[in-house]
Structure formats: C-alpha cells, structure tokens
Design a protein around this ligand. Structure first.
Ligand code: SAM
Length: 403
C-alpha cells in the first residue's frame, strides 16, 4: 500500500506533525540515527523496557488478586493534598486538556497508530548491555589515569571518495577532558575492552559537577546557542536511585548557565518532574540564578506501542507526562516561544528522554550551525557537546548495528 507523505517523511526524520498546534509524535531512534553514517541504533535495544514492562505487567495482571492494584490506582482525594500538591494538581488540571487533545490527535492518525507496534522492534535480538559503570570509575582515585583510544582509521573520510586506511589511534585521558570527533563520519573508540561509537561532529566531556567550569568557552562569542539540561533531581523513588546518583536541588544553582550561553543569547530547556515544590524552586531561585527569562511550558507525553497513554493521566504520582520549561538567557530581544507544545513518544529503556534539537530548531537564537550543549547527558548527538558523569553510557557498541 502506498505511504502517505507524512508517514514516509516520518520514516526518514522520526518526526510526525499531528493535526493541531505544536503537537508532534517522535521516534527517538530515527532522530538519533541521523547522527550516524555507518551505524544504526537498535530499536529493540532502545525500546527494551517497553517489552520488559509489558511482560511484567502481564505477569502482574495474571497473578493479581486485584486488591493491591485497586489501592495503587486509587486517585488521591483533593482533600488529602498538602499545599504544594494542590499547586501541582492545579497545574495538572491546566495541562490536562492540552494533553488530551494531543492524545486524540495521535489516536486519530490511523496510519501512524497502525505502525506504532513495529516502531519498537527490529530484526535483531537485543541482549542486556553490561557496559562500564562510568559513574563509579570516575569517582576512583585512579580516574585521571584512565585513557580512551580513539580509532582514526578506515572510516575517516578525507574528501571525495578518498579513504585513509589505519591512520592509527589517538590515546587521551577519558575523564575531565573534552573529547571531539571532528570528522564527518562515525568514529570508534575503545575503553577497557569495550567499543563505543562517536557520531560525527560530536564532543563530550565526562566529569563531575565540580569540574563543569572546564566547559566554559574561552572566547565570549563561542558560547552555546542551545542548552538542554536534564538534572538528576531527587524524587525519592527507589527505581530512580538504582539508575543514577541524584543531587540536592541547591547544587544546580551553581551550574554556570550564563557563562555557557552565547553572549548573543541561548535557548535553555529544562526537563522537570511534576512535583510542586520543585517548580517553585525553579521559578523562584534556579531560573533567576541562571538568568533564564521568558519561560514557557511544553510537555512530553508518553504512550505505549498501542498508542494508549503510559498510565492513567490522573494517577497522582505516576503521570504519563513530564514538563519541559523553555526560556532565554542573554537575550536582548525576546523571541516568541511557542507555548504548550506536546512531544509524544514511546519512552525508551532507562527513562531516556527524546532528543530535542530538531524539534526546537525554530526557537534557537543565532546563526547556523548552532553550537548545542546537553548537560547531564548519557548519549552523544551530531553537532552537540555532551557533558555529565556518563555521557558515553548509551554509545556502547552493543546499542548499535552496522549499516
Ligand atoms: N537526559 C538523560 C537521558 O535521556 O539519558 C538522562 C539524565 S539523568 C536524569 C541525570 C544524569 O546526571 C545521570 O546520568 C547521572 O549519572 C548524572 N549525574 C548525577 N550526579 C552527577 C554529578 N555530580 N556530576 C555529573 N553528572 C551527574
């Protein structure tokens, strides 16, 4: 059957604009694949949690005596809420119609809904990646001694069809060091017997928050035009604790956002959870400290491969959406920012967030090519600098297949 233009352009770009203002369905795997020439991200690896959780849910349902389930699903009565919870409930009530409309737009797009179950699979059987624990290694006294070897062979294309065979390896310190793949091709890197894939024109710096000042550009006109921040917020969930270390909110006041931002302005995007207390901290302390202004809200709505919401929209502690706050730093003239955008996707394993660069292109100040920065990153993207204590985490070659 013939594909519609929308669907065939979605296959290439990973972006499907749904009817309605600012409503977009995205496939992070397709978006990320645009960064690679000779590799593809394995969809079954990226979406592995989708299968596991579906399996787990089936098991639960099978063994459920229904009482615990009912307790879990019970909606909180507004009378039981504390002051901050009331504020976040109010915010939820504002978000609700926007999210429902976006979800309706998705459900109404039959060709996309029919395709969704195929999105999360591919022909490769994906095995759990053991991978390096960079967070642990980086905190050892030996950390400054660890080295990564960058393979400058074969794949570095040096102009029209000309290829250099094994130019050799470059060995550099792994931690507290800005490492770049300036070539226009994928680059392999090796560290402790594991292989990593570095996309073209990407940089990363693996360090602790204490060392983040190393990222501040030397020249005032070399700052970043787009800064995406997904902080390790504390939220007390045991699941999150097992996945990565968190930091007290006050630590984020010291992120040097103003110095990292381009002097002619930068778009700053902050990933948020739903807690009312956190939002008050961001509005009253964090954004003023960073100099972020003209703040707008967008949403990330999470759906299952069958198109249904990841959870009950009104379930108090497990909303199927997250907030994105967007604002400007160092910007003299405020550019209009679109409010209430909804980015819909099937969430990947390990709570990976969808890559935002292409979705926000219309709002980034300055001239192309922009210089983009992701703080607390766990993967790399073409044209971006990734910083955090494990930016190579999802670059492990086991997440990729060769094309
Ligand atoms: N946006 C990422 C993604 O989609 O994969 C997830 C980021 S996760 C919320 C926060 C990250 O911050 C984790 O990788 C965590 O290890 C890292 N982190 C925690 N404490 C840190 C510290 N002191 N310095 C640098 N990074 C830290």
């Amino acid at each position: 059957k013939e594909l519609s233009d929308d669907l065939s352009s979605f296959f290439d770009s990973g972006i499907y604009r749904l009817p309605g203002r600012g409503i977009v369905f995205v496939d992070p795997v397709r978006l990320l694949n645009a960064s690679y020439s000779h590799h593809r991200i394995s969809a079954s690896g990226y979406y592995s949690r989708t299968f596991n959780s579906l399996e787990r849910r089936k098991d639960l349902e099978a063994s459920d005596s229904s009482s615990s389930k009912k307790r879990k699903l019970k909606k909180r009565n507004t009378l039981e809420l504390n002051k901050q919870e009331i504020v976040s409930e109010k915010r939820h009530q504002e978000a609700r119609p926007v999210l429902l409309k976006a979800h309706e737009a998705l459900l109404g797009t039959v060709e996309l809904i029919n395709f969704l179950p195929n999105l999360v699979k591919d022909e490769f059987s994906f095995n759990e990646v053991k991978g390096q624990n960079f967070v642990a290694l980086g905190s050892l006294w030996q950390a400054p001694l660890y080295e990564i070897s960058l393979c400058l062979d074969g794949s570095a294309i040096l102009g029209e069809g000309l290829r250099h065979e094994s130019i050799g390896k470059k060995i550099v310190p792994l931690f507290n060091n800005v490492i770049c793949n300036n070539t226009s091709d994928d680059m392999d890197a090796e560290f402790l017997n594991c292989r990593y894939v570095l996309p073209r024109k990407s940089s990363f710096c693996m360090s602790d928050l204490r060392e983040i000042h190393d990222l501040i550009p030397g020249c005032s006109d070399q700052g970043f035009n787009l800064i995406v921040i997904d902080p390790p917020w504390e939220n007390g969930s045991a699941y999150q604790k097992a996945m990565y270390p968190t930091l007290p909110n006050r630590y984020f006041l010291y992120l040097p956002i103003k110095q990292l931002a381009h002097t002619n302005g930068a778009l700053v995007v902050l990933w948020m959870t739903n807690r009312g207390k956190l939002r008050a901290f961001v509005d009253e302390e964090l954004f003023p400290a960073w100099g972020v202004r003209d703040v707008r809200t967008s949403y990330w709505l999470k759906v299952k491969p069958d198109g249904s919401l990841l959870g009950d929209l009104d379930l108090f502690h497990h909303r199927p959406y997250e907030y994105l706050l967007l604002g400007y730093v160092n910007k003299k003239k405020a550019e209009p920012l679109l409010d209430d955008q909804v980015f819909i996707s099937i969430p990947g394993a390990f709570s990976r967030k969808p890559p935002l660069g292409k979705l926000l292109a219309d709002y980034v100040p300055g001239t192309k090519p922009w210089s983009c920065l992701e703080l607390f990153a766990r993967d790399l993207v073409d044209g971006w600098t990734a910083w955090g204590n494990e930016p190579l985490r999802f670059q492990d070659s086991s997440y990729f297949v060769k094309r």
